[in-house]
Design a protein around this ligand. Structure first.
Ligand SMILES: O=c1ccn([C@@H]2O[C@H](COP(=O)(O)OP(=O)(O)O[C@H]3O[C@H](CO)[C@@H](O)[C@H](O)[C@H]3O)[C@@H](O)[C@H]2O)c(=O)[nH]1
Ligand SMILES: [Mn+2]
Length: 695
């Protein structure tokens, strides 16, 4: 049944940003504008932006954006504009959903486009400006701040004082207090401050959170989410609503394997059918009470609502405790109490955003986003599923949110390193899925789903073994696969095999097969790859997209995931603190990237490139020595066969981007320092082979 607008519940919307260089403010501004303009009564919405970079530039950009919002939002609603992030909308022709092509619309479109360009220009000028900021007026708070050492700054940029459904939502800028040596818990810490500040200001029963680059691409997202949050018979069935993480301007055929189309289509949709999708940090609507630690269908006792108890759990702010009590006692607020407007809550907001506020409370432990992992999102979702909640997966058309995927080698690998570190941290933490399975309410198959994801870091070890095993066999003249034959020249076979797979199939079938058992690994290999390629074809992607993804998964697992695994070991030994390295958000592909180079793999001096380069060198060395018919040892070994050669060639093909990197220049080439280190590792490996085959 359609709800009248005044019955729709309020929603607090959170945007996090952390670095004005890596995350250009114009990107954050577009995300904010897209949220301010969604199809929902404006007086029910509040948008909170957390800036961990404490950047006057970001604040400036938001102020300018709020001025532009005053014409942008009414324009979007009047003409039912399909895409409400201006940088995407003005990319194309004048367009409205109502197919309005009247002169009036055209003129308005032009006027607003000009205004948007002016906004971009102002922000660009402020970014480029060399002279220092003028720290007067609104900006006074930013004088003498250091990113990692500054007091809280909270600014109400827009306030819908008259409570107008057709006005603009509230817009609040927050830079939480930072002190050196004080743990800040990265994004999870930022989110918890957002949750508390919004708690004292608007206290909406539902909260949306997005990364700064994830603009709302579908203006109906809030309404869709409400259907799933309010429309279920039992709330337990929809603890949170997760939209998939999709990307705009994806490079053709996904050269970096980070668009996750197939992963979302099969894996995530599959898991959605068990206990529900994982919380993936962005594009997610939470129930506030779930985030406040409630289990499904639980009624709170009066004792729990006592002041002392509340303050122990939620911290010392009276105002926040009161708002939290409302939430956990199951209020179904249509209009939360908010006399005096949000500006009257500023003082309480400062209190709950301070560094020491969480000390001795349950924040990060039982309530809010959970601390202890660089992938706070998965950990938080897991604790929610562990309490027995289900989650809902929504995939509307057009896609709900679109963000920017890394478009370079280093960024992709570093992002994957952070993920694999954070995921493995979860397995080893006191909040491991194993515990939720035995003591909590995590479903068994959901547990398997989590484990599949969480042990990415561990997979680096078998992947490395499999990638070096063929080279090892060739170098030591031994074999790990059943042998095919010996009286054919391996070179002839090799050329046939690489030309076309069926040529090999043919030769195997019609050849003297010494050990027919070779057919088992061979058939597995063929079936596995045909099946996974078919997943791409069924998702309307090309065979190249399959190959790029296949290749990237091999590269990522042997580089990023290996480092993730090592970081976790070092953390366990107490030698290392895991970090959150923010992913760079590209606006457009760099000017020096001609179309031919877009998607070409890039490198830098990061050690993450060393293991991949070493694997490549080892396999190249093995193949080269084999071609020269050179053996490390004359003794022992009963010969390596065609199976080992094919495997080794396959590894080289998977690392083809690295192979090209050996000869590339500038960022397209592997730096010499990396080559030296990898070369040393490769030599050590060859020595090791020699030593074992002599021993
Ligand atoms: O100290 C920090 C670090 C990051 N962020 C924000 O966190 C978000 C995600 O960071 P990003 O560098 O874009 O990481 P991604 O790997 O792209 O993010 C994915 O993975 C993260 C977990 O690793 C999740 O938190 C994200 O929601 C999910 O999109 C961004 O908005 C950042 O501004 C902060 O607010 N404070
Ligand atoms: Mn991101």
């Amino acid at each position: 049944m359609k709800k009248p607008a005044h019955e729709l519940p309020p929603v607090d919307m959170f945007v996090t940003t952390a670095d004005a260089d890596l995350e250009p403010p114009i990107i954050t501004v577009n995300t904010v504008l897209s949220l301010l303009a969604v199809d929902y009564p404006a007086n029910k919405l509040a948008c909170y932006v957390s800036d961990d970079g404490c950047s006057p530039l970001t604040f400036f950009a938001l102020i300018e954006a709020s001025k532009f919002a005053k014409i942008w939002v009414p324009f979007c609603k009047k003409h039912n504009i399909p895409v409400r992030a201006p940088f995407r909308y003005f990319n194309g022709e004048p367009l409205s959903s109502s197919k309005d092509s009247s002169l009036e619309f055209q003129q308005e479109w032009k006027k607003i486009k000009d205004e948007y360009e002016l906004l971009c220009q102002k922000i660009e000028e402020a970014t480029q400006r060399s002279e220092p900021w003028d720290f007067t007026g609104e900006f006074a708070a930013f004088s003498h701040v250091e990113r990692r050492n500054h007091p809280t700054i909270i600014k109400v940029i827009l306030e819908n004082k008259e409570d107008l459904p057709n006005g603009l939502p509230h817009l609040v800028y927050i830079s939480r207090e930072k002190l050196p040596k004080h743990p800040h818990h990265f994004k999870a810490g930022a989110m918890n401050v957002l949750i508390r500040v919004s708690g004292v200001m608007t206290n909406a029963p539902f909260m949306l959170n997005v990364d700064c680059d994830m603009y709302a691409n579908n203006p109906k997202i809030v309404l869709h989410a409400m259907c799933m949050l309010l429309g279920v018979k039992n709330e337990m069935d929809s603890g949170f609503v997760q939209y998939p993480q999709c990307f705009y301007d994806g490079l053709k055929d996904d050269p970096f394997g980070n668009q996750f189309v197939v992963l979302l289509k099969y894996m995530v949709s599959g898991i959605a059918g068990i206990q529900g999708p994982f919380y993936s940090g962005t594009g997610c609507f939470h129930r506030r009470k779930v985030i406040y630690g409630l289990s499904p269908n639980r009624t709170v006792t009066n004792g729990e609502l006592g002041d002392e108890n509340l303050q122990k759990t939620f911290g010392k702010s009276m105002k926040f405790s009161k708002s939290a009590a409302q939430v956990i006692s199951g209020y179904n607020v249509i209009n939360p109490e908010n006399r005096g407007g949000i500006s009257s809550s500023i003082e309480a907001a400062y209190q709950v955003a301070s560094c020491g506020y969480e000390h001795g409370t349950s924040w990060g432990e039982k309530i809010g986003l959970i601390y202890g992992s660089a992938t706070e999102d998965v950990l938080t979702g897991l604790t929610i599923h562990g309490r027995g909640w289900k989650s809902t997966y929504l995939t509307p058309d057009p896609p709900a949110f679109l963000g920017s995927a890394p478009s370079s080698g280093p960024t992709t690998l570093i992002q994957q390193k952070r993920w694999s570190t954070g995921l493995l941290e979860i397995v080893l933490s006191p909040k491991s899925p194993i515990l939720f399975l035995s003591k909590g309410k995590l479903h068994f198959r959901q547990f398997l789903g989590y484990m599949w994801l969480l042990v990415w870091g561990l997979r680096s070890i078998p992947e490395l073994c499999y990638a070096t095993l063929p080279a090892y066999c060739i170098l030591t003249n031994s074999h790990f696969l059943p042998k095919v034959m010996t009286n054919h020249n391996p070179l002839v076979l090799l050329s046939r095999a690489t030309h076309a797979m069926y040529a090999l199939l043919f030769s195997i079938l019609y050849m003297q097969v010494q050990e027919p058992a070779i057919l088992i690994p061979f058939v597995l290999f063929i079936i596995y790859n045909i099946y996974s390629a078919s997943e791409y074809l069924r998702a309307d992607l090309s065979i190249w997209a399959w190959w790029n993804n296949h290749k990237m998964w091999r590269i990522i697992s042997m580089t990023s995931w290996l480092f993730g695994f090592l970081s976790v070991i070092l953390k366990l030994l107490g030698l290392f603190e895991t970090m959150f390295e923010v992913t760079k958000k590209d606006q457009t592909i760099g000017a020096d990237d001609t179309n031919a180079n877009a998607g070409r793999f890039t490198f830098d001096e990061s050690p993450v490139f060393v293991p991949g380069t070493a694997i490549l060198l080892v396999n190249l060395a093995a193949l080269a020595l084999m071609l020269l018919r050179f053996r490390l040892t004359t003794r022992g070994g009963d010969g390596s066969g065609v199976g080992e050669i094919i495997c080794s060639v396959w590894v080289v093909l998977c690392f083809w981007s690295f192979f090209k990197g050996l000869f590339g220049r500038g960022k397209y080439g592997i730096p010499l320092s990396v080559i030296y280190k990898s070369g040393t590792l490769a030599l050590l490996f060859v020595q090791f082979c020699k030593w074992t085959s002599m021993g």
